[in-house]
Write a protein that binds this ligand. Structure first.
Ligand code: FAD
Length: 280
């Protein structure tokens, strides 16, 4: 593994006490890899607002850095101001600032249209209190009109005050390296940490990927489909593929790895152990 890559893990806020207990178990297992922070997603339109806060507070109380995601699409400035004040009161110093997606059928009225407006607002309201992470898309955001436009808008978020970026997941390391090259040529110097999605289940992965614009390359899709109901073999193969991807990314200079955990630790621990991360 290269010099001290930044490792971070993402959770979603559990709905039940049982889910929270599972998350804590996963968190303790993953803590062995010395993560910089654990982030917690935020449902569209603020639907998980309280649970996101509770989950982040639980992380902070256990002695780790917690970072709430904050999506702005159907919020007004007063709501975001209140949330920022709550986060500051809890001693939270890092946010993942996003536009978010509005579920179909809902109205997207609000004071913010794009994530760069949220980043500017956070800076206006709270100065340098927060380390702000934003999203980046090596295979381009599904709504973007072109790669050039997507890069231009990504730069706007950085210029608005983002400190670092986490990417959408991908299975093609070249897409990441070429994206980082383009960013550097455009004067973007913040760390761009690849987002890593472990492979647990083909149907679920295919559904996520079609929504978020992450490509499952043909060779990988066909191999995964071929496993059918044999989940154990699919996971063993998927773990090997993701581990190779992580190795390539770190060898090529990626500053770290951000894992989409889906609140599970087993596969990710195997990957990180193979990479020689942590104290284990
Ligand atoms: P933006 O940066 O605003 O970009 C959205 C689109 O608009 C892009 O196509 C961009 O090119 C375009 N655009 C940007 N600015 C302009 C402009 N000025 N004019 C015209 N077009 C513009 N979603 C959640 O709801 N909750 C979460 O917790 C969450 N966590 C995430 C974590 C990560 C690491 C990532 C990568 C994504 C996450 N998402 C989450 C999903 C994210 O909200 C969606 O991908 C959303 O569609 C875009 O969010 P963004 O912040 O990248 O938006």
């Amino acid at each position: 593994m290269n010099n001290a890559p930044i490792i971070s893990f993402e959770f979603f806020p559990p709905k039940t006490a049982e889910g929270m207990a599972k998350l804590r178990t996963a968190r303790e297992q993953l803590a062995a890899f010395n993560p910089k922070f654990f982030s917690v997603t935020f449902g569209a339109g603020g639907s998980t607002r309280d649970r996101t806060l509770e989950t982040v507070v639980d992380i902070q109380q256990a002695g780790y850095e917690g970072a709430p995601h904050l999506s702005c699409i159907s919020s007004d400035k007063a709501e975001i101001r209140t949330l920022l004040a709550q986060y500051q009161q809890q001693g939270i110093k890092r946010l993942v600032a996003l536009r978010g997606d509005v579920p179909s059928g809902e109205v997207s009225a609000g004071d913010f249209r794009y994530a760069n407006e949220l980043v500017s607002f956070i800076r206006e309201e709270t100065g340098d209190w927060f380390q702000i992470e934003v999203a980046a898309y090596p295979e381009f955001h599904p709504e973007s009109s072109s790669p050039t436009a997507d890069l231009k808008y990504f730069k706007q978020k950085v210029d608005a005050g983002a400190n670092a970026a986490i990417t959408q997941y991908f299975y093609n390391a070249d897409a990441y390296f070429r994206f980082v090259d383009q960013c550097e040529k455009s004067g973007i110097t913040i760390p761009i940490v690849p987002g890593i999605m472990p492979i647990y289940n083909f149907t679920q992965l295919a559904r996520f990927s079609s929504v978020c614009g992450a490509e499952i390359p043909r060779w990988l899709r066909l191999r995964l489909q071929d496993y059918g109901d044999d989940l154990a073999s699919l996971r063993a193969f998927g773990t090997e593929v993701v581990e190779d991807l992580c190795e390539q990314l770190l060898a090529g200079g990626a500053p770290g790895l951000h894992f989409y955990t889906l609140n599970q630790a087993g596969t990710i621990s195997s990957i990180l152990e193979q990479l020689g991360a942590g104290e284990k």
